[in-house]
Design a protein around this ligand. Sequence first.
Ligand code: NAD
Ligand code: WQD
Length: 343
Amino acid sequence: MQKVLVTGGCGYIGSHTIVDLINHGFEVVSVDSNVRSSTQLLEGIEKITGKKIHNYKVDLCNLEDTHAVFHENRDIVGVIHFAALKTVPESVSDPLYYFQNNLTSLINVLKCVKEFNVPNLVFSSSCSVYGNTTALPVVESTPLGEAQSPYARTKQMGEQIIEDYARVNSTNNIVLRYFNPVGAHPSALIGELPLGRPDNLVPVITQTAIGKLPKVTVFGTDYHTRDGSCVRDYIHVMDIANAHTKALQYLLDGKNESNREIINLGTGNGVTVLEAIKAFEKVSGVKLNYELGPRRPGDVIEIYANNSYARERLGWEPKQGIEDMMRTAWQWEVSLRDRVLNN
Ligand code: NAD
Ligand code: WQD
């Protein structure tokens, strides 16, 4: 069985990817300091797959501890590097924390990948590297725009670090630029666990519907879009997860043309905030308490991907639509409430 090291395996996208990797016959070890998570999702993974995942509770900013993990796992065929801080407003108020954490951890992972000759690395990037682009849909060669936050800048800089590293090292790297990952595993045993008050639309919707938040404010209804609200390319987290397995397999099969590739992960469909709310109401049967509000500073008006490259190269295709995303996000929120009620 081929072994993969997943950093950030206790987090939202990492946990779903571990399930997909296991379903495709990989063995997985995780490294996560739990700075933004707990081991709760690992229990969910075990229930879904029957496999207990070992997590090294290590801060990847600590080189010695990171080195020890790689030393103990010399047989890995690749690293999928999810670990990072990702809260945009927090990165604005504490930029140094974001640069320190997201870049030091990446550099330490690359140092170990190099030293232990790990052949393959997959890196989590974000559509936020495109900034406020007007060239739609976004292709991988679309020029990067001005980063709208220090968080987005850590992704731009992370990509540059990998680019320069790949020029002089043979490690195969794939940078995956995710659009807006949402939804949860259909079992409702794993999902997104926002710490504190969420900023992202889908957890705000589900937490409002369940009664944790009083209402959803639609940020802006006077944009030049079909209904005046912003457009995003929401993509189901299980489709994102499967793209990681496919990206790793692609590298293992030697199908990559260069040792550094960049791939967009979106559905290719733009969905407005109001359409997302309608889809939620339809699949949940809940009438959502929402109000139309002012624009949120810094918001990109409209962004969605061209995903042809992911389809062609990885043989990947997103299988789930906005209603599947909303249904599974809602089932997860309900399961969280039921767990609290049953305890
Ligand atoms: P998450 O917060 O759920 O998971 C990230 C995990 O990394 C957490 O469990 C956290 O404890 C861990 N971590 C952070 N810093 C660490 C460190 N120094 N050492 C060890 N562990 C550390 O986030 P997620 O949504 O699963 O995101 C995963 C990756 O995808 C991140 O790199 C994020 O920037 C990127 N991304 C996320 C989105 C999104 O909307 N969720 C969109 C685009 C890109
Ligand atoms: C989506 C839409 C809001 C909340 C952020 C990061 C980005 C990426 C994904 C990691 C927007 C609207 C939201 C609310 C609303 N993360 N909205 N009311 O802004 O596309 O991207 O997460 O890489 O870097 O910036 O996602 O979910 O916050 O917002 O109307 O209460 O929902 O205005 O149009 P965003 P989001």
